[in-house]
Design a binder for this molecule. Structure first.
Ligand code: HEC
Length: 404
C-alpha cells in the first residue's frame, strides 16, 4: 500500500541527531549556540523566512547580521553593543524582544542560563573554536545540559505532531456516503484530495447505538479515524465494527463498553490512538491490546485498569504513551519556605530614589531593562513601574544596554 506523508514543510527544521559529544570535543558555537538558534530562532531567521533580513542558520549568515544591525549583530568582546545579546535580553513585553512575543503557546525565549551562555561567548570574542570544556564553570554546566539534550523548539515540536501517515484508500461510493449521512454522523476527508475519512458521532451521540453503528460498514475501507465517544454503543456494537480494518484512531470514551469490546479492538492492527476514558474496562480487557504494535497513545483514565497492568503494557509496546490520570496525582510534597527566604532579593543598582531624591528602600524595587532599580517607598515604586522612561534618566547608575 502506498503511503502519503503530510508534512508542514516550512516548519520542518532539519534535526540531525548526533550522539552527545564530550565537553572536550563539543564546540561552544556549533554544538550549543547553533542548536539554540535552530530551536528558537530559525523558524523566522532561516532559509524559508528571513525576518529583518537576518539568518541564523549558519555562522556565516549570523555574522552578516540583518537589516538594522549589520556587523553590529556581534561586536566581539562587547555584549552591550551587540544587537544579538541585546535583543534576547529584553523583557517579553518589549517591542524589540527576540523571539517576539506572539502568544504563550509559541513564545520560546532563551532562558536566563542560555542567555548567559551567549553573553559569555560574545564577551569572550565569539570564537568558533572554543570547546565546552574551555568555558568557565559558570556557563559550562548549562552547556552540558544542552549537549545531553539538544533543545527542541515549540514550533518544531508542533510540526512533528502534524506529520501524519495516511494510506491510499479507494473512493467511497455516493450511495455509501448517502447512507452514512442519513445517520447524522459527521464525515470529512482527512485532508483535501484524500479518500480517507474521519467520522464523528458527536452530533448524534445521544441516539447513536448498536443498531446505527452497523451502518458504518459501508465505509469500512475509508474510515481511518472514528469518534464514538459518549454514544450509546455497547460491546455488540463494537463487534459490528470488525470490518473497519483501516482504523488509526478510535474514541470509545464514556461509553458502556467492557473488556469484551477490546477483543474486537485487538483486530485493528493499524490503530495508533485509542481512547477508553471513563469506561468499565479492566486489566483483563487490556491484555487484548498487547498485539497492537502501532499503538502510540492510549487513554485509560477513569477505567478499572490497575497501574501495574498499565506498566506491563508499556513494556510490551515500547514507545507508547499511556494516560492513566495517575500522573496527575501529586508526587512531591510542597515544602513550606518562610516568606522572603526563597530567593535573596536582587541587588539594586542605585542608592537614591529617582522620584524623591531620598535614600532607597532595597525592598521596593522594579526591574527595568534587566536592571534592578530601587525606590524609597511603595508609591514611588508604583509610579516608576508605570512610566519608567520618565524617571530613568535620574538613575545615574543605569546604563542602557544599547541605545536604540
Ligand atoms: C516569530 C518570528 C521571529 C522569531 C522566532 C525570531 N525573530 Fe528575530 N526578528 C523577527 C522580525 C519580524 C524581525 C525584524 C523586526 C525587528 O528588527 O524587530 C527580527 C529581527 C531580529 C534581529 C535584528 C536584525 C537586524 O539586523 O535588524 C535580531 C538580532 C533578531 N531578530 C534575533 C533573533 C533571535 C536571536 C531569535 C531567537 C532567539 C529570533 N530573532 C527569533 C522575527 C522573529
Amino acid at each position: 500500500m502506498k503511503t502519503i506523508y503530510l508534512t508542514i514543510p516550512s516548519l520542518c527544521l532539519a534535526a540531525v541527531a548526533f550522539g552527545a559529544k564530550s565537553p572536550e570535543e563539543a564546540k561552544v558555537y556549533a554544538d550549543v549556540i547553533q542548536p539554540l538558534f535552530n530551536a528558537k530562532c530559525v523558524s523566522c531567521h532561516g532559509e524559508v523566512k528571513q525576518k529583518g533580513k537576518l539568518r541564523l542558520d549558519t555562522v556565516e549568515n549570523l555574522f552578516k547580521g540583518g537589516k538594522g544591525a549589520k556587523a553590529d549583530i556581534i561586536v566581539k568582546g562587547n555584549i552591550e553593543d551587540s544587537e544579538l545579546t541585546y535583543r534576547i535580553s529584553l523583557p517579553k513585553d518589549d517591542d524589540d524582544v527576540m523571539p517576539p512575543f506572539e502568544g504563550p503557546d509559541t513564545f520560546d525565549p532563551f532562558s536566563k542560563a542560555q542567555q548567559e551562555i551567549v553573553n559569555w561567548w560574545v564577551k569572550d570574542g565569539a570564537s568558533l573554536e572554543k570547546t565546552v570544556a574551555q568555558a568557565p564553570a559558570s556557563v559550562q554546566e548549562e552547556m552540558k545540559k544542552i549537549l545531553a539534550k539538544p533543545p527542541k523548539g515549540k514550533l518544531a515540536k508542533k510540526a512533528e505532531m502534524k506529520v501524519i501517515k495516511l494510506p491510499e484508500v479507494p473512493a467511497v461510493s455516493p450511495a455509501a456516503l448517502a447512507k452514512l449521512e442519513s445517520t447524522g454522523v459527521l464525515s470529512l476527508a482527512i485532508h483535501k484530495g484524500s479518500n480517507a475519512l474521519t467520522l464523528n458521532a458527536l452530533p448524534v451521540q445521544k441516539t447513536f447505538g448498536d443498531k446505527e453503528v452497523a451502518s458504518l460498514g459501508s465505509v469500512a475501507a475509508q474510515t481511518l479515524w472514528l469518534n464514538l465517544g459518549k454514544t450509546q454503543i455497547t460491546d455488540a456494537g463494537v463487534a459490528s465494527l470488525a470490518s473497519l480494518k483501516e482504523l488509526r484512531r478510535l474514541h470509545l470514551d464514556n461509553t458502556k463498553i467492557t473488556d469484551k469490546a477490546l477483543a474486537t479492538v485487538a483486530k485493528f492492527t493499524h490503530l495508533e490512538y485509542l481512547n477508553l476514558y471513563g469506561t468499565e474496562v479492566t486489566d483483563a480487557g487490556l491484555a487484548h491490546l498487547k498485539g497492537l504494535k502501532n499503538l502510540k497513545k492510549l487513554y485509560l483514565w477513569k477505567t478499572k485498569v490497575t497501574k501495574e497492568k498499565a506498566e506491563e503494557l508499556k513494556k510490551a509496546l515500547p514507545g507508547i504513551y499511556i494516560n492513566t490520570g495517575w500522573e496527575n496525582e501529586p508526587v512531591a510534597k510542597v515544602v513550606a519556605v518562610p516568606e522572603g527566604a526563597a530567593k535573596p532579593a536582587p541587588k539594586p543598582i542605585n542608592k537614591i530614589c529617582p522620584l524623591r531624591g531620598k535614600p532607597i528602600n532595597p525592598n521596593q524595587t522594579v526591574t527595568y531593562k534587566e536592571q534592578v532599580i530601587a525606590l524609597c517607598c511603595g508609591n514611588c515604586k508604583a509610579a516608576f513601574a508605570k512610566e519608567p522612561e520618565k524617571y530613568i534618566s535620574k538613575v545615574p547608575e543605569f546604563k542602557l544596554a544599547k541605545d536604540k
